[in-house]
Write a protein that binds this ligand. Structure first.
Ligand code: PHE
Length: 338
């Protein structure tokens, strides 16, 4: 009996199971009614009395060892079998990783910033909720003047409104920093306009300001020519038409030669060969004085453009509403290095 117990102990020790069913077979082999251990318990009756105590102890230990081993095997195999589903094919290629793209307006805004940074313009930012002073009064809009209606305003209170242009940031910059100043102001602006393919109640601008001694209209023209040639290509021509803004004098609107038909006439330029892209002018001395800059010593130019407009021209987008609809089929078409 002793030898039999030892050989079964040896068997338990060296047994390995690859699956739960193998472990179950082993249980039947040892512990079922006709299993090896159960048979030994039957034989126990024939053991001489003086050896009963010792053999009884050994038999019980053997049974416990067998149960422990089976418990251990079950735990191990159950864990590994559930974490390894049988339909897992490790040779399959991985799911394709689709990287996101920048929003077209972000791409063009970054390009505008990059172009102006190469001629020394830094970036200035300001709040979207603005007071009357920074959005209107400091910019030479007289109280109750019809010029305030040029830009239909979303008022929050009598004093506060959503900014209608980023010229408000120009005021903040002039108030806080002594000249020379050379900065552009990108940002979102709001106007109470009916939404259509060409206008929205919110859009994006980049305005620019240069204040120093002896800044002239020639500097403005040259800076604008440099910008459009970087943005739309070397052959691009500019045309300035007299215009009116309360904060610049003289003021102009600037057209570029149509980059689609190269001036021949198409439906983008409405067969004129020119498309309007920005407003500009020499900073009105009143504005400089409002910001405590001596207008006898300093002069400056300013300009402002809509990022949507530039983006539409660059990518031939015909409906500005596409920019805010978040349709990935539209957005995924734009790729950029910056
Ligand atoms: N602030 C003007 C606008 O929003 C643009 C502009 C800026 C015009 C600076 C002239 C000079 O329409």
């Amino acid at each position: 009996m002793r030898e039999k117990i030892d050989s079964i102990l040896e068997e338990i020790k060296s047994f390995h199971a690859e699956s739960l069913s193998q472990a179950e077979e082993f249980r039947v082999h040892l512990l079922s009614k006709k299993g090896k251990i159960s048979v030994l318990f039957d034989e126990f009756r024939t053991v001489p009395n003086e050896m009963k105590k010792e053999m009884g102890q050994r038999l019980n230990e053997l049974k416990i060892k067998a149960q422990e081993k089976l418990h251990e095997l079950k735990e191990k195999l159950e864990g590994s079998e559930s974490s390894l589903p049988t339909d897992l094919d490790l040779t399959l290629p991985a799911e394709p990783f689709v990287p996101g793209t920048r929003h077209p307006l972000t791409i063009i805004r970054n390009e505008i910033i990059d172009i102006f940074s190469r001629i020394g313009f830094t970036v200035a930012e300001g709040p979207e909720i603005e007071d009357d002073w920074h959005n209107f009064s400091a910019l030479n809009f007289p109280p109750n003047h019809p010029a305030r209606d040029m830009q239909d305003t979303f008022f929050i209170t009598k004093e506060m409104a959503l900014r209608t242009h980023t010229s408000s940031v120009q005021v903040r910059l002039m108030e806080s920093t002594p000249p020379p100043l050379r900065a552009i102001m990108p940002g979102r602006v709001y106007r109470n306009e009916a939404i259509s393919a060409r206008a929205h109640c919110f859009f994006h601008q980049v305005e620019g300001l240069y204040v120093d001694k002896n800044v002239s209209f020639t500097d403005l023209k040259q800076a604008m020519l440099y910008f459009v040639r970087e943005m739309f290509g070397e052959k691009t021509q500019i045309r300035l038409r007299p215009s009116y803004f309360p904060f610049t004098e003289p003021s102009a609107e600037m057209d570029i030669s149509c980059n689609f038909c190269e001036g021949k006439g198409c439906n983008i330029c409405k067969y004129s060969g020119w498309v309007e892209i920005l407003g500009c002018g020499m900073v009105d001395p009143n504005v400089l004085e409002n910001c405590k800059i001596d207008s006898k010593q300093y002069s400056g130019f300013a300009f402002g453009m809509g990022v949507e407009r530039i983006t539409m021209l660059r990518y031939q987008v015909k409906d500005l509403r596409l920019f805010s609809e978040n349709d990935v089929r539209f957005l995924a078409q734009f790729r950029s290095a910056i």
